[in-house]
Design a binder for this molecule. Structure first.
Ligand code: SF4
Ligand code: SF4
Length: 233
């Protein structure tokens, strides 16, 4: 998905992906099944962005099928010419600035989308009949309109550092003895931190479509230990 977005961000009018026939992948991962699913998903995302999904195509072919390759390139180029330049051939024109904003927003959500749709992306679809409604428009709208965020409650965090150690992208600002903070620009919304925060602290909240409260100023991040609080009381 990131590669497609990178092409679109550079003004490329269409993206064609070539892959081996299903069942003929040389690798145990059979990544071409996942590539097909990813294309099906991304076409829905393109609809959400206001782009014509025909700008993206995957063609399964083997190295010996030069005729298929030539036909694919010719028909794809013809279709892209029919649609017109990116953003201008979409019926309702999308300005370059608007498109760049949408591309940036979706690019940030790619890891989240992959986590949320991992199971479906790994499914092996054997028949083209299954393609059309595998990812529905409503499903993708919901996914992109109800984006989650994770927030560490400064009043509850005990700076045990568990979440920071387990975060796969180092998105948690972790200083010994200080309330931990999630860097929302780095967070890929995998949800690991909320799973590992000890239940006795329960310091992390999942927010859906809500603004994340700003972190406390740096000089007010010292943790108030629960036990000490009790002693003072
Ligand atoms: S959800 Fe938590 S663990 Fe996952 S990337 Fe964000 S901060 Fe890190
Ligand atoms: S795991 Fe919970 S209590 Fe521990 S540092 Fe993270 S948010 Fe704070």
């Amino acid at each position: 998905m990131s590669f497609i977005l990178r092409a679109l961000s550079k003004g490329i009018d269409g993206v064609l992906i070539g892959a081996c026939h299903l069942g003929e992948c040389n690798y145990i991962t059979h990544g071409n099944y996942q590539a097909v699913n990813m294309v099906l998903l991304f076409k829905r995302i393109m609809e959400h962005m206001g782009l014509n999904p025909d700008r993206l195509r995957i063609q399964l072919m083997s190295g010996s099928e030069s005729n298929v390759f030539v036909e694919t390139i010719n028909s794809f180029v013809k279709r892209i010419k029919e649609i017109g330049p990116l953003g201008k051939g979409e019926g309702e024109t999308i300005s370059g600035e608007e498109l760049n904003t949408k591309i940036a927003e979706i690019s940030k959500l790619v890891p989240y989308i992959k986590v949320m749709k991992n199971e479906k992306l790994c499914t092996h679809l054997e028949s083209k009949d299954q393609y059309e409604e595998f990812f529905t428009k409503e499903e993708v709208e919901k996914l992109l309109n109800e984006v989650v965020s994770y927030y560490i409650d400064p009043a509850k965090c005990q700076a045990c550092m568990t979440c920071a150690r387990r975060c796969p992208v180092d998105a948690i600002i972790s200083v010994k003895g200080q309330i931990h903070i999630i860097d929302q620009d780095k967070c890929i919304k995998c949800g690991t931190c909320i799973q590992v925060c000890p239940p006795r602290f329960n310091a992390i909240t999942k927010l859906v479509n809500e603004a994340v409260p700003p972190p406390p100023p740096e000089d007010q991040r010292a943790v108030v230990r629960k036990t000490k609080e009790k002693e003072v009381a």
